[in-house]
Design a protein. Structure first.
Length: 767
């Protein structure tokens, strides 16, 4: 096979090394437009884990890297005159030029043909001469540009400016530093990469950059600005730029987040930054490119199909891993872009948020890396939450700290999420509900939020939905609440709602969202728009009489919830139900004072919420559940959800339950672990309002991390509680936390569980 790599950076060089090793008969040429010793940037970072993976690829390359790298374990976070250190991270840095030289030497040794100072303008100039053309030409790829309509790159130009500098200041840890100026905040990412030099990246939102006048500075002036800003860290050392091809403010770059829909065309394939980029806050785009190279070599040396078939396998096998890393990079990137959202935190929590910003590293991983640091943080957090006896013993995990809302105190941070069970009879909770909620009430969670409980018979989603529109239903709920209160410390919250245009459908396990075939009821909504066009019933656009009737129903339901002894009520304004349909521009097309602007769209939900607040006991809290993202162009965005939450906070909401989606069938959510937590994070930290986070939270470590990093105050878990009613008790046992209270009837089971876990841990140590 004859192969040409267009681009002589790490992607093309590493591919050529691995391919030549795997198949020495290959004729491989690497073409690079720059000189062999020309590169932009300073150092590159790899984790110890990454290095172990590369060692399996080519031990000779790794040995040479290790002879030239600088290794460190610590991360330092400098914030508000404090330095907080976390150890055990295991990173190495190496000069970018030195890495290229190692790759070039190894490639030559293996017989790769390297051509420097050679321009290439069109991949088709090579596609007929070579069996495979690799576009390894970086973020501004010429190869990608030639067939842009095919590769379909989504290029997101980010909102921060950054300058990539070097310094001879010796750093003994990976260093994050944050400086406040009269113009805004500046961030520093710095690390040693050899005995002489360290990388020094200064970053700030463009708005701050412009306010500081850096756009009008020369390159030297802006570098001097950075020297002055971080003078306490530099101790007289100078900052140097090697971007000699850039002048003035052009040395300050914007990161381009690239993600291509297709990675290959015929016998042309994209590699590394040409196909997808990873922000420098996650570590190294070079790592991503090198892992791409490994995957491409593996499929090319298989025997399945011709070149295009193998390239399709390459994208299929590699795309998910690349997306995972890009997702983590996006989380961390946006954290730094929005750093002003977090500067109200105390240094301890701020530093923990920095360390876990990618959502790939959590509380448990931090504990493995540096148990002393994590234990100290947990003691600080527990003390901040009102636990007076933090002592020197095993600290309380963040998820088991108490939380207070008005007169209600929760014993931990775990919530049983509202989950429709479609098992009521004419709105009446039955024995199933007593067992369902009663068992979870003895399972250790701090609070249970009921399934959406409807304010009227025609407010139901399905015939199986629960209600609270009469006193008999209220009495049934009071029995359930009484059982939970009598058999544990779990609080009960009732979620009160109206289905709106999503009502009169069949049970979920029969045909979810499909309309009833008989015995349905008329629907109402802010606008006469069916949920599923051509399938769902078209609702009546509500008039003032409808609004008054529904408001009265919500008020009556609230009074009954109080009589049933619920500890909290939740106003359901999410998921495309009636109140959500008023808020979203996708479902509210009204031309009166209840449509148009966001404030107008929220007018009726706020009117109902305020009326509920007036009749709900003053010492009991109220929650509002919202859809923070419609996942549809033109719908509610996360920024909109901040404004929605602000309106409800001002109206008396004590906590915002932050979900997303289910407003439109056209939605395209981006799923993943804890995928909705960033919406909670934004609302909580921009508005200083408590939040409940949801969305694929299924491990105790998720809860500990979210709470500790200040991304939410409570975590609601749905499916884990369907699978395990005692999820919280089991999570406590797994973490060795013994202060949680078990039902006295089940103490024998606790003893057995703790003994089994201790035995399993001992076996693992001895393995």
């Amino acid at each position: 096979m004859r192969i040409v790599c267009l681009g002589g950076g790490p992607a093309g060089l590493y591919f050529s090394i691995l391919m030549k090793k795997a198949n020495p008969a290959c004729d491989i040429t690497v073409i690079e437009r720059n000189q062999a010793d020309s590169t932009f940037g300073w150092g590159i970072v790899f984790s110890d884990q990454t290095m172990d993976g590369f060692r399996q690829d080519d031990p000779k390359v790794v040995e040479e890297i290790e002879r030239n790298f600088h290794h460190w374990d610590n991360v330092d976070v400098f914030f508000k005159e404090r330095r907080i250190t976390s150890g055990g991270h295991g990173f190495c840095g190496i000069g970018r030029l030195k890495l290229l030289q190692i790759f070039q030497a190894r490639a030559k040794e293996l017989g790769v043909n390297l051509k420097f100072e050679t321009e290439f303008k069109d991949p088709d100039d090579y596609s007929r001469e070579y069996d495979l053309v690799i576009g390894s030409d970086g973020v501004n790829s010429t190869t990608r540009r030639k067939y842009e309509s095919h590769f379909n790159p989504r290029i997101d130009v980010r909102k921060c400016r950054f300058i990539w500098l070097g310094t001879k200041k010796k750093l003994d840890a990976f260093t994050f530093a944050f400086k406040e100026t009269e113009h805004g905040w500046f961030n520093l990412h710095a690390y040693q990469f050899n005995e002489e030099w360290a990388t020094f990246i200064v970053e700030t939102p463009e708005e701050t950059w412009l306010k500081a006048g850096i756009d009008k500075m020369s390159a030297d002036e802006s570098i001097g600005f950075c020297e002055s800003l971080f003078a306490d860290l530099l101790n007289g050392s100078k900052l140097v730029s090697n971007a000699t091809h850039l002048r003035g403010s052009a040395v300050w770059l914007k990161f381009n987040r690239v993600l291509c829909e297709h990675w290959f065309k015929d016998n042309i394939v994209l590699l590394g930054d040409a196909a997808h980029t990873a922000h420098f806050t996650i570590g190294s785009g070079t790592k991503l490119a090198m892992e791409d190279a490994r995957a491409l070599v593996n499929v090319l040396n298989s025997s399945d199909g011709d070149v295009p078939v193998r390239l399709a396998r390459y994208q299929s096998e590699r795309e998910i891993e690349a997306l995972k890393l890009q997702s983590a990079a996006r989380n961390r990137m946006t954290w730094f872009e929005d750093v002003e959202r977090y500067v109200g935190m105390e240094p301890e929590q701020f530093a923990f948020a920095v360390l876990t910003g990618s959502q790939r590293v959590g509380h448990a991983n931090q504990k493995l890396r540096d148990g002393a640091y994590t234990d100290d943080f947990d003691r600080w957090f527990a003390s901040r939450c009102g636990i007076s006896d933090v002592g020197a013993g095993t600290p309380v995990p963040p998820m088991f700290t108490p939380f207070k809302l008005r007169g209600m105190t929760l014993e931990n941070r775990v919530v049983v999420s509202p989950m429709c069970t479609y098992s009521a009879q004419d709105g009446m909770p039955v024995d199933f509900h007593l067992v369902h909620y009663g068992s979870r009430g003895m399972g250790g969670a701090a609070m249970i939020v009921t399934e959406m409980t409807c304010v009227a018979a025609d407010a139901r989603i399905t015939p199986g939905c629960t209600g609270i529109w009469n006193d008999e239903q209220m009495a049934a709920w009071k029995r359930i609440v009484g059982y939970v209160h009598a058999n544990g410390h779990t609080k009960m919250a009732m979620q009160i709602g109206h289905a709106g245009r999503k009502g009169a459908t069949r049970l979920a396990w029969d045909a979810i969202d499909m309309p009833l075939q008989s015995d349905d009821w008329p629907l109402i909504a802010p606008s006469a728009l069916p949920y599923i066009p051509g399938t769902s019933q078209t609702p009546k656009a509500m008039d003032r009489n409808d609004m008054d009737r529904v408001k009265a129903d919500f008020i009556a339901a609230t009074r009954r919830a109080a009589s049933a002894d619920f500890d909290m009520i939740e106003f359901h304004a999410a998921h495309g139900y009636l109140m959500s349909s008023f808020i979203s521009p996708l479902t509210n097309r009204r031309a009166d004072e209840y449509g148009g602007s966001l404030e107008n769209r929220c007018r009726y939900p706020l009117e109902v919420f305020r009326a509920m607040r007036e009749v709900w006991p003053a010492d009991k809290p109220m929650s509002v559940r919202i859809s923070a993202h419609d996942w549809v162009a033109g719908g509610t965005t996360p920024d909109d959800s901040v404004d929605v939450s602000r309106l409800f906070k001002d109206a008396g909401a004590d906590i915002i339950h932050v979900s997303s989606g289910q407003v439109s069938k056209d939605e395209v959510p981006v799923y993943g672990r804890m995928f909705q937590v960033p919406f909670s994070d934004q609302i909580r930290n921009e508005l200083d309002v408590p939040t409940i986070a949801v969305g694929n939270i299924f491990e105790a470590d998720h809860v500990n991390t979210i709470i500790a990093a200040g991304r939410a105050d409570l975590c609601a878990l749905a499916r884990p509680h369907l699978a395990d009613a005692a999820w919280t008790l089991h999570a406590a046992a797994e973490q060795g936390y013994t202060d949680i209270i078990w039902p006295k009837q089940y103490v024998g089971g606790r003893t057995q569980l703790e003994r089994n876990l201790e035995r399993a841990a001992q076996l693992a140590l001895n393995a």
